[in-house]
Design a protein around this ligand. Sequence first.
Ligand code: PLP
Length: 416
Amino acid sequence: MDIFNKIDTTFGPLGQYMEQAHGYYMFPKLEGPISNKMIFNGKERLVWSLNNYLGLGNHPEVRKADAEAAAEWGLAYPMGARMMSGQTKYHEELERRLAAFVNKEAAYLLNYGYQGMVSIINSLVDRRDVIVYDSEAHACIIDGMRLHFGKRFVYPHNNMENLEKELERATKIVEKTNGGILVITEGVYGMAGDLGNLKEITALKKKFKFRLLVDDAHGFGTMGKTGAGTGEHLGVQDEIDVYFATFAKSMAGIGGFVASNKKVVSYLMYNMRSQVYAKSLPMPMVIGSMKRLELLQNEPEHKEKLWTIVNALQKGLRENGFDLGNTESPVTPVFLKGGVVEATNVTRDLRENHNIFCSIVSYPVVPKGVIMLRLIPTAMHTLEDVDYTIKCFSEIKKNLDEGKYGGEHIEKMVVK
Ligand SMILES: Cc1ncc(COP(=O)(O)O)c(C=O)c1O
């Protein structure tokens, strides 16, 4: 059989929808400066789907720092991987600042969050060890585990009873193999906005011996008094053995970092294959990240503004009868009832007739019969944006309840 056969047949789990979805539901082009309003399909739309939580993506000081660093250093600098020829004092300085901010002894930069996470997991475990992880873990966690030769046990999302059972199973195994246990959770779950049960998980350390790795991609910058993340928010930062965050969200950049005690970070520096064998973060991203971190730490108004928008949006939607699940973070899922046809028509109506651009998730990511619209509030949004969106969502819900987005109504709902 030709390995290209799958290209003619299934096209992959997401690729199978390409024909209907490409350019609109998948790979849409958002044009114009990063903001609360951007151009989609030639028209201005209110955008609720960028993880630009603190609005730093287009902050003038950030743009200036990026541009000046690019002018001074170019994008090539430093050439090579950190271990070979890509080390600079700027990388080390940013690491010192990040470590101090998240209250860990040391930190190490990652050239992408995704690859970084894959290698953190891969470096920390060997075949004697057992990984215990949450069923809603991000793809980068799953891919990291795919490299693991030992056992891995999954517990249903945030289900502490099951986690305990899996820890009992894992403990029995590592007693025989002489290995250890790594528990992996997220701080903020990026799809539905609920928090990993960090308090309960860390409390289990009294009963079981394990190390905890937290992916706080969505919590860094948005959660906690100082913005240091979900561990800070829940008062358990010290119990997190390995803390991970990306620059792709609150920091509005590229890259990420891992933080822990000095020994663990040194070990990771010498063992994370995606970092040892790949190019260092380019200088504009390093110097630009220092500026972002400075704003994140010294200008709390960005986080305050974010939360003003989050609270208004979530309160308003809830008061208007919307089900937002268990979110406790800026991520705002809106759960509606309907199948894929309704989901696509709702999205089209929102985009074309209300000029609202948000992400949509339907089966198989959520259960059959459920539509999830996912809104990401940012510091760039206004309270008018919130009021307008709640008004439009109420109209959408009414239409949906009246069956107006069913198959035979498709034409009516498309572009006015
Ligand atoms: C929970 C989570 N972890 C990791 C990543 C990967 O980070 P990056 O975009 O820096 O590769 C993402 C997405 O960006 C994410 O949402």
